[in-house]
Design a protein around this ligand. Structure first.
Ligand SMILES: Nc1ncnc2c1ncn2[C@@H]1O[C@H](COP(=O)(O)OP(=O)(O)OP(=O)(O)O)[C@@H](O)[C@H]1O
Ligand SMILES: [Mg+2]
Length: 583
């Protein structure tokens, strides 16, 4: 839940911090442009009034801001001031858009880097769609806030410059204008607070909405197969309707800002005119000039108000981005540690793990795996096989107990050297958008020969050769062009391509045909090295390949031994075979 009470300007201030030089430049350009505009307005008022009083002779002198000029010179000065103002405004636009583009780029970099550098256990907990929502929608909101701040800056400085010029013409009238602007700001303050409060609610609802959409887009196959399109349409409709009131309220409050401001400003102008005409104070040209400057000031004031409201609207989004980046950074992915060059014996001692404190998932596991062994892990669904595999890979931290590899605690081993030695085939395989070759390489520098070897070892060679574009065939998205078994073998090629010394397979229940099933022994022979294999086995044929089998039951180690021994001696193993639906 986003906290609406956090400073409205603080989050956007932090975003702008690295760009302060550019912001000072923008302020300078804006102030100069506004000064030129104010001088232009004063000059034009004087020209018009002098022109009217001298019946258009054109030879009168103009006394604008204390300088005496002929009408022609005054007109030329006016033209020059306008040209200067335009140039300043264009430079201002270039600087402001430069700042905005830099902010969105910085923010996206920070978000994606912090996400990719956070521990996998944190990434794994993030709801579907969270990162997309943050990177796409929220960064756009951040841009709106930054644009609002730069335009508030331009408006604020323009106001100051205009009032500065007005003071030289009529100090009393200018003071009144200033008081009016401050009062208008005060009157509209509660409106901005309300915008901030409702916008904070909208942020939370929109995030939930994004998660639901992401989940639904992943199950389009099931939606079609179960014939529940209408139900899903209704469900989505409900979600969309739930967000509507709060979105509408935020929008209404934002939209109310301008008419309220303008109406109040006009009332003030009217009151000012009544005041001036009743009291008959000041000379006409000074009052007219101040009036013109006041009107312009009011429009800058309006821009300032609107910007402040936009910042109030965007603040909860920025705080949500800030909180997310902080949360990611608080649990960094481990770096450094002891580099290793070989996978020694794996020693697990009194290992416990739980996802939540009240229900342990793995309890007091102790066992050893020797280099070169093929270990099968079996047990009923939900007994903790995948969890154990993740712990052995160092993806999760044990709640207690230790895992040592070659005498080094797993947590202290350098992740890079570890990743080079380990190949992993997860239970659910995902493809990335790219070619088959890129999917096998998976962001690692691997030469073509190794890719070809891995594809061959995973029994994918013939099928890929039959595709018109071979390894360059593009995959990704829903339309992957691969069967479930082919995807699985591609995942195996991805794991084998680095020629790992520890191969961990969280075997799928189906997908591999009988030819591909036998890949483990054959592949190891092809690799010609000592490879330790840990395989979560769902098939009897896989178990036959194993040197030893670890039987898990409800998070506990039931037994660990050679398959023939277990088949003969262990009644639990035999019943586990039945209960694990091994076929
Ligand atoms: N990310 C998670 N957060 C919370 N609980 C989880 C998480 N992942 C798994 N669990 C729970 O931990 C237990 C063990 O899950 P695990 O995935 O390790 O089982 P498994 O033996 O691999 O099952 P299967 O054979 O069905 O793949 C289950 O009760 C599961 O609900
Ligand atoms: Mg599993």
């Amino acid at each position: 839940m986003t906290n609406p009470q956090q400073g409205r300007w603080s989050a956007v201030g932090r975003l702008l911090q690295p760009h302060r030089i550019k912001i000072i430049g923008l302020a300078l350009v804006s102030a100069l442009g506004a000064l030129a505009e104010a001088m232009f307005l004063v000059t034009v008022t004087h020209i018009a009034l002098e022109f009217a009083s001298s019946s258009g002779s054109g030879n009168t002198t103009i006394n604008a801001v204390g300088i005496h000029l002929s009408t022609r010179s005054a007109l030329a000065v006016g033209g020059g001031l306008i040209a200067f103002r335009l140039a300043a405004a264009l430079i201002g636009v270039a600087v402001a858009t430069g700042i905005t583009a830099a902010v969105i780029t910085d923010l996206r970099q920070q978000l994606s880097h912090s996400y990719l550098k956070t521990a996998w256990s944190v990434q794994q907990k993030e709801p579907a769609g969270q990162l997309q929502q943050l990177l796409v929608t929220y960064t756009q909101e951040a841009v709106n806030s930054v644009t609002a701040v730069t335009s508030a800056l331009v408006a604020g400085l323009s106001l100051v410059a205009l009032l500065g010029v007005a003071v030289t013409v009529s100090p009393a009238a200018s003071l009144m204008v200033l008081l009016v602007l401050v009062a208008l700001g005060g009157v509209l303050h509660p409106l901005r607070r309300a915008v901030n409060r409702f916008s904070s609610k909208a942020v939370d609802q929109e995030l939930n909405f994004a998660h639901e959409i992401a989940d639904l887009s992943n199950v389009s196959l099931e939606i079609e197969a179960f014939g529940v399109r209408n139900r899903v349409i209704n469900h989505l409709g409900g979600l969309i309707r739930d967000i509507k009131p709060v979105l509408r309220r935020v929008d209404a409050l934002v939209q109310m800002n301008t008419p309220l401001y303008v109406s109040l400003a006009y009332v003030v102008v009217l009151v000012g005119m009544v005041f001036v005409t009743t009291l008959e104070i000041g000379d006409v040209s000074a009052i007219s000039a101040v009036m013109l400057v006041t009107l312009r000031s009011l429009s800058y004031g309006q821009q300032f108000q609107l910007s402040a409201t936009t910042v109030a609207e965007g603040a909860p989004v920025l705080h949500s981005i800030d909180d997310t980046i902080t949360r990611y950074r608080e649990s960094p992915h481990p770096v450094g540690g002891t580099p290793i060059e070989a996978i020694g014996p794996i020693k697990v001692a009194d290992l416990c793990f739980s996802y939540n404190p009240n229900s342990p998932t793995l309890e007091h596991l102790s066992f050893e795996i020797n280099p070169g062994e093929i270990i099968g892990i079996i047990g009923p669904s939900g007994c903790g096989k995948t969890t154990l595999v993740h712990l052995l890979l160092g993806l999760r931290e044990p709640s207690s107990g230790t895992i040592e590899v070659g005498g080094h605690p797993l947590a202290t081993i350098d992740r890079r050297s570890w990743a080079k030695l380990v190949g992993f085939v997860p239970q659910d395989t995902s493809l990335i958008s790219g070619t088959i070759e890129e999917n096998v390489r998976f962001f690692r520098d691997i030469d073509e020969e190794l890719v070809a070897r891995a594809v061959k070892a995973a029994h994918l060679e013939d099928e890929i050769a039959a595709m018109p574009e071979g390894l360059a065939t593009r995959l990704g998205g829903r339309d992957s062009q691969l069967s479930g078994g082919q995807r699985q073998r591609l995942a195996i090629a991805r794991a084998l391509v680095t020629e790992p010394r520890l191969l961990v397979l969280d075997e799928p229940t189906a997908s591999l045909d009988s030819g591909a099933e036998l890949f483990i022994r054959g592949t190891l022979a092809e690799l010609g090295r000592e490879v330790t294999v840990v395989v979560v086995a769902h098939r009897l044929s896989t178990l036959e390949e194993c040197d030893r089998i670890l039987v898990l039951d409800n998070g506990r180690l039931a037994t660990f031994g050679r398959p023939e021994e277990l088949a003969e001696d262990n009644s639990f193993y035999q019943s586990a075979l039945k209960h694990s639906q091994l076929s």
